[in-house]
Design a protein around this ligand. Sequence first.
Ligand code: HEC
Length: 144
Amino acid sequence: MSKRTLYASLALVALLAAAIWPFVAPADGRALYVAHCAGCHGVSLEGQPNWKERLPNGRWPAPPHDATGHTWHHSDVVLFQIVRDGPQSLLGPQYQTDMPAFAGVLSDAEIAAVLAYIKGTWPPDERAYQELMNRPPAERLQQP
Ligand code: HEC
Protein backbone atom coordinates (compact mmCIF):
# COMPACT_ATOMS: atom_id res chain seq x y z
CA MET A 1 0.00 0.00 0.00
CA SER A 2 1.41 3.39 -0.93
CA LYS A 3 1.72 6.08 1.72
CA ARG A 4 -0.92 8.08 -0.07
CA THR A 5 -3.41 5.21 -0.02
CA LEU A 6 -2.61 4.61 3.64
CA TYR A 7 -3.30 8.24 4.59
CA ALA A 8 -6.47 8.24 2.51
CA SER A 9 -7.67 5.06 4.25
CA LEU A 10 -6.88 6.48 7.69
CA ALA A 11 -8.74 9.68 6.87
CA LEU A 12 -11.73 7.64 5.72
CA VAL A 13 -11.76 5.59 8.93
CA ALA A 14 -11.59 8.79 11.04
CA LEU A 15 -14.43 10.32 9.04
CA LEU A 16 -16.61 7.23 9.44
CA ALA A 17 -15.90 7.07 13.18
CA ALA A 18 -16.87 10.74 13.59
CA ALA A 19 -20.07 10.15 11.61
CA ILE A 20 -21.33 7.18 13.62
CA TRP A 21 -20.08 8.38 17.05
CA PRO A 22 -23.24 10.31 17.98
CA PHE A 23 -25.28 7.14 17.42
CA VAL A 24 -23.14 4.74 19.42
CA ALA A 25 -21.91 7.04 22.21
CA PRO A 26 -23.81 6.79 25.53
CA ALA A 27 -26.15 9.74 26.16
CA ASP A 28 -24.29 12.66 27.76
CA GLY A 29 -26.31 13.43 30.89
CA ARG A 30 -24.79 16.84 31.52
CA ALA A 31 -25.29 18.04 27.93
CA LEU A 32 -28.90 16.85 28.02
CA TYR A 33 -29.41 18.56 31.39
CA VAL A 34 -28.05 21.87 30.07
CA ALA A 35 -30.20 21.65 26.94
CA HIS A 36 -33.50 20.55 28.53
CA CYS A 37 -33.51 21.29 32.27
CA ALA A 38 -31.09 24.12 33.11
CA GLY A 39 -33.45 26.82 31.79
CA CYS A 40 -35.64 26.27 34.86
CA HIS A 41 -33.54 24.25 37.33
CA GLY A 42 -30.32 26.28 36.75
CA VAL A 43 -27.02 25.46 35.06
CA SER A 44 -25.51 24.69 38.48
CA LEU A 45 -28.67 22.83 39.60
CA GLU A 46 -29.45 25.77 41.90
CA GLY A 47 -33.19 26.02 41.10
CA GLN A 48 -35.23 29.19 40.74
CA PRO A 49 -34.98 32.06 43.27
CA ASN A 50 -37.26 31.75 46.32
CA TRP A 51 -38.19 28.22 45.26
CA LYS A 52 -39.80 27.52 48.64
CA GLU A 53 -42.49 30.15 48.03
CA ARG A 54 -45.34 29.74 45.57
CA LEU A 55 -45.47 32.02 42.54
CA PRO A 56 -48.32 34.57 42.29
CA ASN A 57 -50.22 32.05 40.10
CA GLY A 58 -50.07 29.45 42.89
CA ARG A 59 -47.57 27.19 41.13
CA TRP A 60 -44.22 26.14 42.59
CA PRO A 61 -40.94 27.45 41.15
CA ALA A 62 -38.41 24.87 39.91
CA PRO A 63 -36.54 23.47 42.95
CA PRO A 64 -32.76 22.94 42.97
CA HIS A 65 -31.47 19.49 42.05
CA ASP A 66 -28.37 19.87 44.23
CA ALA A 67 -28.12 18.85 47.89
CA THR A 68 -30.01 21.99 49.06
CA GLY A 69 -33.19 20.81 47.29
CA HIS A 70 -35.33 17.72 47.79
CA THR A 71 -34.80 15.77 44.59
CA TRP A 72 -32.69 13.31 46.61
CA HIS A 73 -35.72 12.56 48.85
CA HIS A 74 -37.30 10.60 45.99
CA SER A 75 -36.65 7.07 44.74
CA ASP A 76 -35.36 6.39 41.22
CA VAL A 77 -38.80 5.18 40.15
CA VAL A 78 -40.49 8.40 41.33
CA LEU A 79 -37.84 10.65 39.75
CA PHE A 80 -38.08 8.81 36.45
CA GLN A 81 -41.87 9.12 36.44
CA ILE A 82 -41.78 12.86 37.27
CA VAL A 83 -39.44 13.50 34.33
CA ARG A 84 -41.02 11.16 31.77
CA ASP A 85 -44.72 11.63 32.57
CA GLY A 86 -44.75 14.89 34.54
CA PRO A 87 -45.83 15.61 38.14
CA GLN A 88 -49.50 15.18 37.16
CA SER A 89 -48.89 11.47 36.65
CA LEU A 90 -48.30 11.24 40.41
CA LEU A 91 -50.42 14.08 41.78
CA GLY A 92 -53.42 13.97 39.46
CA PRO A 93 -54.45 15.78 36.25
CA GLN A 94 -55.78 18.80 38.16
CA TYR A 95 -52.28 19.60 39.54
CA GLN A 96 -50.99 22.89 38.09
CA THR A 97 -47.27 22.86 37.35
CA ASP A 98 -44.64 24.30 35.03
CA MET A 99 -42.66 21.04 35.01
CA PRO A 100 -43.12 19.49 31.55
CA ALA A 101 -43.41 15.76 30.80
CA PHE A 102 -40.46 14.67 28.67
CA ALA A 103 -42.02 11.53 27.12
CA GLY A 104 -41.56 11.88 23.37
CA VAL A 105 -38.84 14.52 23.85
CA LEU A 106 -36.20 12.42 25.62
CA SER A 107 -35.84 8.64 25.31
CA ASP A 108 -35.90 6.50 28.46
CA ALA A 109 -32.12 6.12 28.14
CA GLU A 110 -31.68 9.89 27.90
CA ILE A 111 -33.87 10.47 30.99
CA ALA A 112 -31.80 7.89 32.86
CA ALA A 113 -28.60 9.68 31.75
CA VAL A 114 -29.88 13.08 32.97
CA LEU A 115 -30.88 11.59 36.33
CA ALA A 116 -27.50 9.83 36.62
CA TYR A 117 -25.80 13.19 36.04
CA ILE A 118 -27.93 14.88 38.72
CA LYS A 119 -27.32 12.05 41.21
CA GLY A 120 -23.59 12.17 40.50
CA THR A 121 -23.45 15.71 41.92
CA TRP A 122 -24.84 14.73 45.35
CA PRO A 123 -22.54 14.39 48.37
CA PRO A 124 -22.27 10.94 50.04
CA ASP A 125 -25.01 11.57 52.67
CA GLU A 126 -27.64 12.54 50.10
CA ARG A 127 -26.56 9.63 47.86
CA ALA A 128 -26.95 7.22 50.77
CA TYR A 129 -30.37 8.60 51.72
CA GLN A 130 -31.62 8.32 48.15
CA GLU A 131 -30.26 4.76 47.89
CA LEU A 132 -32.37 3.96 50.96
CA MET A 133 -35.46 5.33 49.19
CA ASN A 134 -34.87 2.75 46.45
CA ARG A 135 -35.25 -0.12 48.92
CA PRO A 136 -38.55 -1.79 49.81
CA PRO A 137 -40.46 -0.09 52.70
CA ALA A 138 -39.82 -2.99 55.09
CA GLU A 139 -36.07 -2.53 54.70
CA ARG A 140 -36.31 1.23 55.12
CA LEU A 141 -38.09 0.76 58.49
CA GLN A 142 -35.25 -1.41 59.78
CA GLN A 143 -32.73 1.40 59.37
CA PRO A 144 -31.51 2.96 62.64
C1 HEC B 1 -40.22 24.94 32.15
C2 HEC B 1 -39.48 24.76 33.38
C3 HEC B 1 -38.90 23.39 33.68
C4 HEC B 1 -38.09 22.61 32.90
C5 HEC B 1 -37.58 22.90 31.49
C6 HEC B 1 -37.78 21.43 33.68
N1 HEC B 1 -38.38 21.49 34.88
FE1 HEC B 1 -38.30 20.07 36.34
N2 HEC B 1 -39.56 21.18 37.50
C7 HEC B 1 -40.05 22.42 37.17
C8 HEC B 1 -40.93 22.88 38.23
C9 HEC B 1 -41.67 24.21 38.24
C10 HEC B 1 -40.94 21.86 39.20
C11 HEC B 1 -41.77 21.84 40.51
C12 HEC B 1 -42.89 20.88 40.26
C13 HEC B 1 -44.16 21.21 40.99
O1 HEC B 1 -44.93 22.00 40.44
O2 HEC B 1 -44.38 20.68 42.06
C14 HEC B 1 -40.06 20.80 38.71
C15 HEC B 1 -39.81 19.64 39.39
C16 HEC B 1 -38.94 18.65 38.99
C17 HEC B 1 -38.61 17.46 39.73
C18 HEC B 1 -39.13 17.10 41.11
C19 HEC B 1 -38.08 17.68 42.02
C20 HEC B 1 -38.24 17.48 43.48
O3 HEC B 1 -37.31 17.88 44.17
O4 HEC B 1 -39.26 16.94 43.93
C21 HEC B 1 -37.70 16.77 39.00
C22 HEC B 1 -37.01 15.45 39.37
C23 HEC B 1 -37.45 17.52 37.80
N3 HEC B 1 -38.22 18.65 37.82
C24 HEC B 1 -36.54 17.16 36.84
C25 HEC B 1 -36.37 17.86 35.64
C26 HEC B 1 -35.48 17.41 34.60
C27 HEC B 1 -34.57 16.20 34.69
C28 HEC B 1 -35.62 18.30 33.57
C29 HEC B 1 -34.96 18.25 32.22
C30 HEC B 1 -35.07 16.98 31.50
C31 HEC B 1 -36.58 19.31 34.00
N4 HEC B 1 -37.01 19.00 35.26
C32 HEC B 1 -36.96 20.40 33.24
C33 HEC B 1 -39.80 23.13 36.03
C34 HEC B 1 -39.07 22.68 34.95
